[in-house]
Design a protein around this ligand. Structure first.
Ligand code: GDG
Length: 726
């Protein structure tokens, strides 16, 4: 494994809070996780917002120095208004609800997008100021989704990781966001993206395919020479801190005090930020149902600890009102002279008290509507060292994938939650103990430090740039060509167009040669001893329109139609070929066109093709595989070849392919010094398979290939040619 020196964590909030000019370190899971990285391998820095508005430059400097010296933290200062648009607006009112499948809460103002972009850029500037080549930059969460791509563009030698602490929803839901494409593309700037659960990873991959129309593999996405690895890293808790606290005298005292205070009562606890994703009103509904059925109201107590959260956002204010009024109502309805069943704390309690509560509770009722992970569920299990409590857990929390002995409920089904509660409170202790102990071992073993270490170690061994991987270094081709040029040898150049010279466009008609390509081609035209052929799957008409004014050899339809250098007329060298198969196969392609919305058939003189780039990604891909199979079965006894290319399935005459065309041209030029074939997709592999002497084959872009060399993307390939032929 390659060791890196510095890990720079970047999160919206720094782990140090400023209150009245005083700094206090927070004890959250993330801090503990990062503290667990071995110090001998990683030096650590942390970039983030310090949580207070500080406008005075002198004060900013002072605090900055203190943060850096005492905590290794580098503050990003934000203006009040941009911070509001970025944080409360864009992050928490538009992205957060969609990540949690709650589009009814989505609000969007175009100005927020400006603030979000600006703040992401401000964070990027700070990272770029601090980071050196090879450093590991670990970006956290949905507030900074654009940061990886900004960093990649400006500092491609950084290793950039991104971790999403929330779920990633089905692409159809994320698509409601007006900036969904930019956000997904922003994350893709990372070398590695981590999720709590495989489901989120799968959805993200689907969003990349559907929204950006980029092909993905199960755990890897490659484009333009850059690869993003995807991984599942379920976050854990700060296990040692819980264990140490439970060993302390203070803990024992508090636990005993609580025990006395709730003497004779069964305790059911819920702990969370006051957030609509946590399902508090639904839970109260279930408690209402439970209390109508539970006979010993004097002997049950629900403790709700709800930490105030995002209080400037209207939806959160409504939630507080709703919860307070509902709890008031329920206590009014069910209170006896001896007991008020719901004890509600709208505030944060000290850590030791939290541990004591977790340790004493008979049941933890953790029923978010949806939750990325939910650490409370794991913390409760960790604190059940002596007790044998029961965890009732929403099946829609990421934690449900790991806490296998919990009692799972659908939080929307209040009857079922009430029934689970009755059942839990009636389960004998000895039946509960083994279940909880097995989960406890897991929670302690796979803690926050384990989580951070696995992510960072994977990131450290990710390649920074995958261009050229598994291929001979392109420099060798460059040297060989330079020698040939200097020696006055004849060079023959075969260039595919789409994806090789020119970036692919969704609409092929939009991929006209731009100024950079025209200038490069004019330069190639001026070179002595250079013979250029442009060969493509496109029609004569397209090639004539794009390159008609050049003196190059043009070969259309993968080799079916030729225009020789300096000539105007197009010729079909294989005019003896019969195309009777076209009429037989065309109806099959038409059926696919009709039954796959967004797809279309193209008829060419020597070929027929079915295009599906505008169809639904998955459905189109599935249909394409079926069509390829169906046509291949029919092709067995025919002089034809079926190819599944980029977003198309094409049938043409077996004799016609780019490889045959290249061989035929080279027969006409036996005195050539070096020949180069460059292409980007399957149809170019025919050229790459040739075993002719002095032939250099170059694949442009990612994917497996027979070519000997690889270049990252069309822009890099143009630069390569521009450097050679000045
Ligand atoms: C996000 C994702 C994901 C709560 N009340 C008190 C208190 N807490 C602490 C808990 C726990 C933390 O707050 C809450 O963490 P969760 O994971 O439950 O939820 P989110 O805040 O929504 O966190 C979530 C997480 O990121 C990590 O990736 O699991 O899905 O939404 O640690 O102990 N701590 C103290 N007093 C309280 O009153 N001291």
């Amino acid at each position: 494994m390659q060791m890196a020196n510095t890990v720079i964590s970047v999160s919206n909030r720094l782990p140090v809070a400023i209150k009245n000019g005083e700094l206090t370190k927070s004890s959250g899971g993330l801090v503990a996780a990062l503290e667990g990285l071995p110090k001998e391998h990683y030096e650590q820095k942390w970039i983030g917002w310090p949580g207070a508005e500080i406008t005075d430059k002198k004060e900013q400097k002072q605090i900055g120095r203190k943060l850096a010296d005492e905590y290794g933290c580098i503050p990003v200062f934000l203006g009040k208004e941009e911070a509001a648009g970025f944080y409360e607006g864009f992050s928490n009112s538009s992205i957060w609800p969609l990540l949690h499948y709650l589009p009814n809460y989505l609000r969007y103002e175009p100005e927020w997008w400006e603030d979000y972009r600006k703040v992401n850029q401000t964070f990027a500037n700070k990272v770029l100021e601090i980071a050196k080549d090879g450093d590991l930059v670990w970006v956290h969460d949905y507030q900074l989704m654009l940061l990886p791509a900004i960093l990649r563009a400006e500092a491609p030698n950084l290793r950039i990781g991104f971790f999403l602490h929330t779920p990633f929803p089905a692409p159809q839901v994320f698509r409601f966001h007006p900036c969904c494409r930019e956000l997904v593309a922003g994350m893709l700037g990372a070398n590695r993206i981590g999720f709590h659960a495989f489901n989120y990873l799968r959805h993200f991959s689907g969003a990349v395919r559907r929204l950006l129309r980029i092909e993905t593999e199960l755990t890897q996405i490659s484009r333009d020479g850059h690869t993003t690895a995807l991984g599942v890293y379920p976050i854990g808790i700060n296990a040692s801190k819980f264990e140490e606290t439970m060993d302390s005298e203070e803990f024992r005292q508090r636990r005993d005090e609580f025990r006395r205070a709730h003497e004779g009562k069964r305790l059911v606890i819920s702990v969370e930020r006051m957030d609509y994703t946590k399902g508090i009103p639904h839970r109260l509904e279930a408690i209402d149902d439970f209390l109508t059925k539970w006979e010993q109201i004097d002997k049950i107590r629900f403790i709700f600890v709800s930490v105030p959260s995002r209080e400037n956002i209207e939806e959160y204010q409504h939630l507080v009102e709703e919860v307070e009024s509902r709890i008031g109502q329920l206590n009014g309805k069910y209170a006896t002279l001896l007991n008020s069943p719901i004890h509600f704390i709208h505030g944060s309690i000290p850590f030791v008290d939290l541990c004591a509560l977790y340790a004493l509770a008979d049941v933890a009722l953790v029923t978010p509507l949806i939750d990325g992970m939910n650490l409370v569920a794991k913390e409760f299990i960790a604190c059940q060292r002596e007790n044998a409590g029961l965890l009732i857990l929403s099946e829609f929390a990421g934690a449900a994938e790991e806490l296998f002995n919990a009692r799972f409920v659908n939080p929307y089904d209040s009857d079922a939650v009430a029934a689970a509660l009755i059942d839990a409170l009636s389960t004998p202790v000895d039946q509960r103990r083994s279940g909880i102990q097995a989960m406890r071992e897991r929670v302690i073993r796979y803690d926050a430090q384990h989580w951070a270490r696995s992510f960072i170690e994977d990131l450290a061994s990710d390649p920074v740039d995958d261009a050229g991987i598994g291929k001979t270094n392109i420099k060798e081709a460059n040297d060989q060509l330079r020698r040939a040029i200097e020696g006055g040898q004849k060079i023959v150049l075969f260039l595919d167009y789409d994806g090789t010279l020119r970036e692919i466009e969704v609409e092929p008609s939009a991929a006209t040669p731009n100024l950079a390509i025209e200038t490069l081609l004019r330069r190639l035209e001026q070179q002595p001893n250079l013979d250029v052929t442009i060969l493509s799957g496109r029609s004569e008409t397209d090639l004539e329109a794009f390159f008609g004014s050049f003196s190059f050899r043009l070969i259309a339809e993968h080799g079916a139609s030729w225009r020789q250098p300096g000539k105007k007329a197009w010729k079909r060298p294989d005019h003896s070929l019969k195309y009777a198969w076209k009429e037989k196969l065309l109806p099959i392609l038409r059926v696919y066109e009709q039954t796959t919305p967004g797809s279309m058939v193209e008829e060419k003189p020597s070929a027929i093709a079915w295009h599906y780039r505008k169809a639904d990604e998955e459905f189109g891909g599935w249909k394409a595989n079926r069509l390829t199979q169906e046509l291949s079965a029919l092709a067995a006894n025919q002089p034809i070849k079926v190819r599944h290319g980029k977003k198309m399935v094409e049938v043409n005459a077996a004799e016609i392919n780019k490889g045959t065309a290249v061989a035929r041209v080279l027969e006409l030029l036996p005195d050539y010094g070096v020949a180069i074939c460059a292409g980007d997709d399957l149809t170019d592999e025919g050229m790459f398979e040739l075993t002719l002497p002095r032939l250099l084959t170059i694949k442009v872009g990612s994917g497996s290939t027979q070519a000997r060399f690889r270049i990252a993307d069309p822009a890099a390939f143009r630069e390569f040619l521009g450097d050679l032929f000045k």
